[in-house]
Unconditional design. Structure first.
Length: 300
């Protein structure tokens, strides 16, 4: 029984990292309907920025994030003006191709600057990387894992409150629902989209910090992080912030169970759950569309 509880606990905490990683992807898709394929690469960029501050300037990750987050926000604004805004005008496929190209460029630039060696932020946080608390039933939870899970809840809760309780949030929701109508009411959708992208990329900085502290990263590690984020978003429901947390937890538990069954099961179990949920959603969508068509036919 304790083994099952430990699997569930560790999977839930791992899911907190996936939710933090996916929060910016979910937020950007909910606002602009853009699937940012450079999302994982941007997380690695933040990880390298924090590593540079720690290695070269002696600034630890917890202080360095106060420098990196605003810089990542500025980068998000610039990317929106240069890439996202222009590609959105050219059709649904162009933003996907543009962000794929951005990811490729970012990966290769990082390789040129930092080489192929893996890096980690764990050496710069002392024993916090592996310290843990003991719970009743011989259960252990890592302090870093708890911090990352709490950070995911704070980020998702903050984004939810931003959208629900602030004037900026109402403008973001209006621009997301109907950009043309929002423009007619005086909302500068161009500015709103730029702010939304900056916010999304700032959350990526937090994900990059978590990635660097709990594991290692390299210039081409962004694609794997993108897969985890995308799976969490789909499992939880695209565009749903709290659904992203649920999706991350489900993915984390599935991976933890899979790792116990087979050494390769860590990834396979997560992918399997993702595919099952994806097929179920597509089937439910087709069924709903069929019911709506039948209702329209009956009502003339």
């Amino acid at each position: 029984m304790s083994a099952i509880a430990n699997l569930a606990l560790q999977g839930t905490l791992l899911g907190g990292y996936y939710a933090l990683l996916a929060s910016g992807l979910s937020f950007l898709f909910g606002v602009m309907r853009i699937i940012n394929l450079a999302h994982g690469s941007l997380a690695v960029v933040a990880g390298y920025a924090l590593w540079f501050l720690a290695e070269r300037l002696g600034i630890g990750p917890f202080v360095g994030i106060l420098v990196v987050m605003p810089l990542m926000g500025l980068l998000g604004w610039i990317l929106h003006r240069i890439i996202f805004e222009r590609s959105m005008r050219a059709g649904d496929l162009v933003p996907i191709l543009s962000t794929f190209g951005l990811a490729t460029v970012a990966d290769n630039v990082m390789f040129q600057k930092f080489g192929a060696d893996t890096r980690s932020l764990a050496p710069y946080i002392d024993t916090f990387a592996y310290d843990s608390w003991q719970l009743p039933g011989d259960l252990y939870i890592g302090q870093l894992s708890v911090l990352v899970f709490g950070l995911a809840v704070v980020v998702l809760g903050g984004l939810h409150l931003l959208l629900a309780r602030t004037s900026l949030g109402r403008q973001i929701r209006a621009a997301a629902e109907d950009p043309e109508a929002a423009l007619l009411t005086g909302i500068d959708t161009r500015r709103i989209y730029g702010i939304a992208t900056a916010i999304a990329v700032m959350t990526v900085a937090l994900a990059g910090m978590a990635l660097g502290m709990r594991a290692t990263f390299d210039p081409y590690g962004g694609s794997q992080q993108l897969v985890f984020a995308f799976e969490a978003v789909v499992i939880g429901g695209a565009g749903s912030l709290w659904g992203t947390l649920v999706g991350g937890v489900v993915l984390g538990i599935a991976q933890s169970i899979g790792a116990q069954l087979n050494p390769q099961g860590f990834l396979i179990a997560g992918h399997a759950v993702f595919l099952v949920v994806l097929v179920a959603r597509l089937y439910a969508s087709d069924r709903l569309a069929g019911i709506l068509r039948a209702l329209r036919a009956r009502t003339g």
